[in-house]
Design a protein around this ligand. Structure first.
Ligand SMILES: Cc1cc2nc3c(=O)[nH]c(=O)nc-3n(C[C@H](O)[C@H](O)[C@H](O)COP(=O)(O)OP(=O)(O)OC[C@H]3O[C@@H](n4cnc5c(N)ncnc54)[C@H](O)[C@@H]3O)c2cc1C
Length: 397
């Protein structure tokens, strides 16, 4: 059993990717000499979206801040071994650089992708616009009569072992003396407009200097403990893994179709998912697999672009949830105006693994220096919610 101190400088509410990234970066920051407690009820992480993700990273966003966050994620992945090793050991995250491919079905969509690529290139992302002839040469398995072109990313985009990625950071945080306790925050104490401590399901009370809401799809419940409203709701996202009868011996980028269906290779299989036709709020405990999505939407779509996908069989499938920010589908980061020492890190939708390192570093800077230093993440603050001013990003999958 973990023996708790009476108080910690920082308490992370939730210990999956986001809570762990914050704890990791705080504990790695030489200017931070405080203590960190991570409260997490489920040490199997079975129902954390961190373990239900599709484990990919891209640079192709339309907002420069998202590009910067992912570029830092890519850099972190490139140096993962040095950054997380404990006694010379670190887990293998097996990054496969394949790029992402965004398909344009008509000229207007092609021009839009091309316009977006100007900003992406200016931000240092590797992207190129390809026409069907070039696509047929590089990816001969595609039916290029189905579209007018695509934007394709470079090899810093790709996929990795998300569990190893998360565990590597967690092991290093533990090594750095971060405390993890198996418990759940059920109440938050406020005094004079500041969080003073958290109350746990076990009955313990722990004082704190800062609290970080890293509760994923339960972030709204946690914010409600101090009477703050957070426009985050769980949205169902089912993942399917399938087998293709005829092998495809070429690189398969993570391909995003105009219908919101995406697929990529996962070792000998293919992984896919979609934005459901009816995308509505669900209960945070609902991890049901939406089988109809595969039959009605995903299979016809992937077979349209890759004729070999006409002959496929499902290998496995699992339910997951996006912590969906209903204002603008993007991350909410940092304090609200009312409670200065309660920090949000919520609303990632499908980007929380790749943004984890950038967000963890940002939170560590906010807490240690009172301001962001590496990337100014202020535009992602909770105050935009209060002002009802959306953060614009159109490349949300
Ligand atoms: C189908 C799918 C595909 C995805 N694909 C990608 C991808 O390719 N690339 C990418 O970057 N991201 C992807 N994501 C997104 C990514 O998985 C999430 O953004 C990220 O894992 C969020 O991490 P988190 O720690 O914020 O939340 P979670 O992983 O959901 O963890 C929240 C934690 O908070 C804990 N908690 C809840 N309430 C409390 C409480 N009261 N007290 C204490 N603890 C509490 C929970 O037990 C849980 O462990 C995908 C997500 C899904 C669903």
């Amino acid at each position: 059993m973990t023996v708790l101190a009476s108080s910690y400088d920082v308490v992370c509410i939730g210990g999956a990717m986001t809570g762990t990234a914050a704890a990791y970066f705080l504990s790695e920051n030489p200017d931070f000499d405080g203590s960190v407690l991570v409260v997490e009820p489920d040490w199997t992480y079975d129902y954390a979206n961190t373990t239900r993700a599709q484990n990919s990273i891209r640079e192709q966003y339309t907002n420069p801040l998202n590009i910067q966050l992912s570029r830092f994620g890519a850099e972190f992945i490139a140096h993962f071994h040095e950054r997380v090793q404990v006694n010379g050991q670190s887990p293998e995250i097996n990054f496969r650089g394949t790029g992402y491919m965004f398909i344009a079905e008509d000229e207007a969509a092609y021009r839009r992708l091309e316009e977006e690529s100007v900003e992406q290139l200016a931000m240092g992302a590797e992207v190129e616009m390809l026409r069907p002839g070039q696509i047929a040469e590089r990816y001969p398995y595609m039916d290029v009569d189905q579209f007018v072109g695509a934007r394709v990313g470079g090899l810093r985009e790709g996929s990795f072992d998300g569990w190893a990625f998360f565990q590597g950071m967690r092991q290093r945080a533990l090594h750095n003396h971060v405390t993890y306790v198996k418990d759940r925050v059920i109440e938050i104490d406020l005094d004079g407009g500041r969080v003073t401590g958290v109350r746990l399901e076990s009955g313990a009370r722990v004082g704190c200097g800062f609290a970080i809401n890293a509760a994923g799809c339960r972030a709204r419940e946690v914010a409600a403990m101090i009477d703050l409203d957070l426009p985050i709701e769980p949205r169902a996202r089912t993942s399917f893994m399938f087998d293709c009868r005829t092998p495809i011996d070429y690189v398969v980028p993570l391909t995003v179709t105009p219908a919101g269906v995406h697929f990529r290779r996962e070792q000998n299989h293919f992984m896919c998912g979609a934005v459901p036709t009816s995308d509505v709020a669900i209960d945070a405990s609902d991890f049901e697999i939406r089988h109809d999505e595969f039959e009605e939407l995903i299979w016809p779509t992937v077979a349209k672009y890759v004729p070999q996908f006409d002959q496929i069989g499902i290998v496995t499938s699992w339910g997951g949830q996006y912590d969906y920010n209903t204002l603008d589908h993007n991350l909410i980061l940092g304090p609200g105006s009312e409670v200065e020492n309660f920090f949000f890190a919520n609303g990632f939708s499908g980007h929380g693994l790749q943004q984890g390192p950038g967000v963890g570093r940002g939170l560590s800077e906010l807490i240690t220096y009172g301001a962001f230093r590496s990337i100014d993440l202020t535009p992602l603050s909770y105050t935009r919610i209060e002002r009802n001013e959306p953060f614009l990003e159109s490349a949300v999958i």
